[in-house]
Write a protein that binds this ligand. Structure first.
Ligand code: CAA
Length: 379
């Protein structure tokens, strides 16, 4: 595998890094404290093409590749994990399936404005009683003239309180031995489609999520993504890409905590020397750096495979599993390096620690990633 980045990949990484340092990082603590939706940052991210990084320009995107997306995701997430997941959901969970499975009309009417960041997308799979066991969803869609009538609820919908469009999955056939699902596009304002207020969470406070409801919500045939009955495959293939984005979010969070730890260890003194001179601290920093690099290599491999059009289900699951658990370990150690100050809200590593935790849960828990990896090993 070639680890050399192209000029274009270096350019998007450097642009995202410079933008994140200038516009995002200075606001991250305030966004977290007030659970404030970062509208002004999102507008600028859209101008940089960060809402449809790997979507071709003709469909409103930046026309780059998945590795470029991975690089940008790490940079934005290192500054603000909330901005990272807002970006990830729009790119991976909304634009990617509409690009891959949508028809020309949907690409023009729905994808182009979302990939350019003019509109925002979200993804509705999880339900109050169906998370890991996604096929057991109860949200259903009944045939009607010219479309389907949706009824049900979806929860933990990141971007849900603000999104203009949702790609939502519903059961459309319960007659056979296996239920069949279908993917639908529903626009905000469609009668019968409503959103609850934002959830209260441990971390990623500025990335609002909520429960959404469908009550006799009519969706026209023109808004079916892919074939009727193929919705579960659309969802699973989408998560193969989404898990790369979350791996990069976790890597960004961990890198931020690591960099703060290195700087602090060089400054803070104990027993008459900077704590960086104590082997106990050096070993923590060495482990942190090694694990961040290992996670990044897994994420880049999955991104490259996606770009090559090779099935990357297991590799994405490995990247997400390792990166998310790594981020929890690294941010835990970052607090340890900082001692009492690490536990204080005056220092950013406590936010990194809270933000890291969700990466082990959403887009499939660590346990689900292990199931996916094992299923592919034993196939
Ligand atoms: N690509 C394409 N098709 C796939 C696929 C993939 N990666 N994985 C499975 N499929 C297909 C299978 O081939 C199978 O097809 P057939 O019926 O034709 O044989 C079908 O999908 C069902 O597959 P399984 O029998 O393997 O399905 P399962 O019920 O055993 O579930 C699972 C598998 C891996 C546990 C899955 O349910 C899963 O990934 N669960 C976790 C769900 C998840 O990640 N939710 C996250 C929500 S999104 C979120 O968090 C967003 C946010 O806010 C950030």
């Amino acid at each position: 595998m070639d680890f050399e980045l192209t000029d274009e990949q270096r350019m998007i990484r450097d642009t995202a890094r410079e933008f994140a340092a200038r516009e995002v990082a200075p606001k991250a603590a305030e966004l977290d404290k007030n659970a404030r939706w970062p509208s002004e940052i999102l507008t600028k991210m859209a101008e940089l093409g960060l809402f449809g990084v790997a979507i071709p320009q003709e469909h409103g995107g930046a026309g780059m590749d998945t590795l470029s997306y991975a690089l940008a995701m790490e940079e934005i997430s290192a500054a603000c994990a909330s901005c990272g997941v807002i970006m990830s959901v729009n790119n991976s969970l909304f634009c990617d399936p509409v690009y891959k499975f949508g028809n020309d009309d949907q690409k023009k009417r729905v994808l182009a404005p979302v990939a350019s960041g003019e509109k925002l997308g979200c993804f509705g799979l999880t339900e109050p009683m169906s998370g890991s066991d996604a096929q057991t969803m109860v949200t259903g869609a009944e045939r009607t003239a010219g479309g389907f009538i949706l009824n049900g609820a979806k929860n933990w919908i990141t971007n849900g309180p603000h999104a203009d469009w949702i790609i939502v999955f519903a059961v459309t056939d319960r007659s056979g031995p296996k239920v069949k699902h279908t993917a639908f596009l529903v626009e905000r304002g469609t009668p019968g489609f409503t959103q609850n207020a934002a959830d209260h969470k441990l971390g990623i406070h500025a990335a609002h999520s909520c429960t959404v409801f469908f009550e006799n919500c009519k969706v026209p045939d023109a808004n079916i993504v892919g074939k009727v009955g193929d919705g579960f495959k659309v969802a699973m293939a989408t998560l193969d890409g989404g898990r790369i984005g979350i791996a990069c979010q976790a890597i960004g969070i961990a890198r931020a905590a690591f960099e703060k730890s290195v700087a602090y260890a060089k400054e803070r003194k104990s027993f008459g020397v900077p704590i960086a001179q104590h082997q106990a601290i050096q070993f923590m920093l060495a482990d942190m750096a090694t694990q961040i690099d290992a996670a990044r290599l897994l994420a880049w491999r999955a991104a490259k495979m996606k770009d090559q059009g090779v099935r990357h289900t297991a590799e994405s699951a490995m990247a997400k599993l390792y990166a998310s658990e790594m981020a929890t370990r690294v941010t835990h150690k970052a607090i340890q390096v900082h001692g009492g100050y690490g536990y204080s809200t005056e220092f950013p590593v406590e936010r990194n620690y809270r933000d890291a935790r969700i990466t082990e849960i959403y887009e499939g828990t660590s346990e689900i990633q292990r199931i996916v990896i094992a299923a592919n090993l034993l196939r």
